[in-house]
Ligand binder design. Sequence first.
Ligand SMILES: Nc1nc2c(ncn2[C@@H]2O[C@H](COP(=O)(O)OP(=O)(O)OP(=O)(O)O)[C@@H](O)[C@H]2O)c(=O)[nH]1
Ligand SMILES: [Mg+2]
Length: 282
Amino acid sequence: MVTVELNEWRTIQWNQKAMVTSVKEFEIANNQVRELRFLLYGPVGVGKSSTVNTIRSIFEGRPFVGCLAETAAGKSFTKTYEKYGIANGREGMLPLAFNDIMGVEKGESEGVRTDDIINTLKGHITEGYVFHTEFPITEKDPKYRRNPSLSDRIHCLVSVVGADKIKMMDQEFINKMRKVREAASGMGIPQVVFMTKVDLACPMTNGNLKNIYRSRKIKEIMNTCSNLLGVPMNCIFPVKNYHDETHMNEEINCLMLDALTQIIHWAHDYVVTFSTIPIHKE
Ligand SMILES: Nc1nc2c(ncn2[C@@H]2O[C@H](COP(=O)(O)OP(=O)(O)OP(=O)(O)O)[C@@H](O)[C@H]2O)c(=O)[nH]1
Ligand SMILES: [Mg+2]
């Protein structure tokens, strides 16, 4: 008999109220930065758009499908650089923005280019830019921002991977993701990994999401992910997105809110640090 259940090794608050309130009351301690910017980056079809939809759903109180999620796997569906805000119920918008970009694909000539991602982190690419696989953005492009300010930069890089496919991740993918992470590190940008599709990777978690931090399988997958991408375990968040549910589910919300609360803190720390240290011009 293989033991599949561990003692709970990370605790989650399975009641969403306090977490929702604290995100709703969050304010940025710098009036030049109106919103914290997160970049969702990862392989095609891994659930980047669905992650934005899940976060929007939590604050809208209903499953949200505004950010197109594709059903057929294959080439990346999201090709335009888009920014998604999060509505705070009927009370305006939260100071959070998510940029969802074309998935990274195998091979240099496919998917979003590494140099374009690095330009995105630096704030050089404006919304509406359509990514090309053959060539990067140039300074002449009308969507190129020459002198990005702190508020134009990405404040936290969220690499998104699928829990169901970690072991099948191609070496080329991994190299691309590592390169982007190194560039982000060089800029002091905090980085985390959202590991989606936990329901597909572990039957015990699929049966009851509250088992997530008791599942040996999930911990093993997180360890593999940590080794492959070089990210510490405490920066890896397994999550489940809304995909076939028609009603809200507090457990899905709590798991995502736990991760969201952490990345808000880290992105905010970045903004506070760089509010006093000027950004180097290249
Ligand atoms: N079971 C399950 N399915 C998910 C989850 N997250 C996303 N999906 C499904 O995975 C598919 C791809 O999701 P998307 O959100 O479009 O992925 P993406 O990363 O934005 O893809 P590209 O924009 O094409 O790179 C969709 O059919 C989603 O419904 C999850 O946590 N669990
Ligand atoms: Mg997408």
